[in-house]
Design a protein around this ligand. Structure first.
Ligand code: FE2
Length: 305
């Protein structure tokens, strides 16, 4: 099989309000819209994803928490109802998804080979978490591309932040190796918000957008600082700031998916495309894209001239 590659990565946050606002048939609760700026940003991301024609989507979700090691979804088909435990009135989603179990197996083996604790999720009745489902629905509502779900070991919460993120860096490298070995054209998705200060009371109508804004000025300013660095391609500078960002903005990047994604992409020093930014119950959410395939083609072209 020819050598596989990661063609793109997306920061693809999972607040379930986005699915609630869209009213897809799979979600039971009905809304009158809301969070349009984020949903329309996802529409832009859907169009670019379509152009990559990937074989598989890999997603790391902060809300599939595993206490021991990094787990990979490995059941060829999973069906069920995913309910958000905090917002069951907004998200009760009937999912039916296909998993690339061969790639999951390869990710597991590569993770073990570099010393990480890893496990395959083989329970056929496993209920997939709302973070994984929301990110995948928002980026590809057709559900016609196989997926590999990756759990959050939450090592940054048990270890020092820096140690935990180093482990996610290793997991990213292992993931990239597995993709290469299995010959897949893959897209990697980090399912996390940025600043994570949030309101604790909900309006009578959850989609009342007059009540939606950044929870704190500090969180908003941190988000803009990180986004601006990423837009300029200053990936290393942004990565160096992550521990401080986590500390001062309660950033959900602490769950590790963002580091995993950037590591899998090889920390590309290319400008990320910002598809849009918006808040959900006050937390900061950016939909961003790294087109590493185009960047490597441009580099190869420059080398030949
Ligand atoms: Fe979350």
């Amino acid at each position: 099989m020819s050598s596989g590659k990661i063609v793109a990565g997306y920061l693809a946050p999972h607040p379930p309000h986005q699915v609630y606002g869209e009213n897809p048939p799979q979600n039971e609760p009905r809304s009158n819209g809301g969070w349009e700026q984020l949903r329309w940003a996802y529409e832009r991301a859907r169009a670019t994803l379509e152009r990559y024609r990937p074989d598989v989507l890999l997603v790391h979700s902060p809300h599939w928490e595993t206490q021991v090691g990094h787990h990979f979804l490995s059941v060829p088909n999973l069906k069920g109802k995913s309910v958000d435990p905090i917002f069951p009135h907004l998200f009760r989603y009937n999912f039916d998804l296909n998993v690339d179990a061969e790639l999951a197996q390869a990710c597991h083996e590569e993770a073990l080979s570099i010393g990480l604790t890893s496990k395959l999720m083989t329970n056929p009745d496993f209920r997939v978490d709302y973070g994984t489902i929301t990110t995948l629905h928002m980026i590809r509502p057709q559900w016609d591309i196989p997926v590999v779900g990756v759990s959050a070991n939450n090592s940054p919460y048990y270890l020092k932040t820096e140690e935990g993120l180093e482990e996610m860096d290793l997991l990213g490298k292992a993931t990239a190796k597995a993709i290469e070995r299995t010959g897949r054209r893959a897209v990697v998705l980090a399912s996390n918000t940025l600043s994570h200060f949030h309101f604790s009371a909900e309006p009578d109508r959850p989609e009342d957008m007059t009540r939606e804004h950044p929870k704190t000025d500090e969180g908003y300013r941190w988000d803009m600082r990180i986004i601006e660095l990423l837009r300029r391609g200053q990936t290393k500078e942004a990565v160096a700031l992550l521990p401080q960002f986590i500390e001062e903005a309660a950033a959900e990047v602490k769950s590790g998916g963002f580091t995993w994604m950037l590591s899998a992409l090889g920390y590309p020093q290319i400008p990320a495309e910002l598809h849009g930014y918006g808040t959900v119950i006050g937390t900061g959410n950016a939909i961003m894209e790294w087109d590493v395939e185009r960047a490597s083609t441009a580099l190869a072209g420059a080398g030949q001239s």
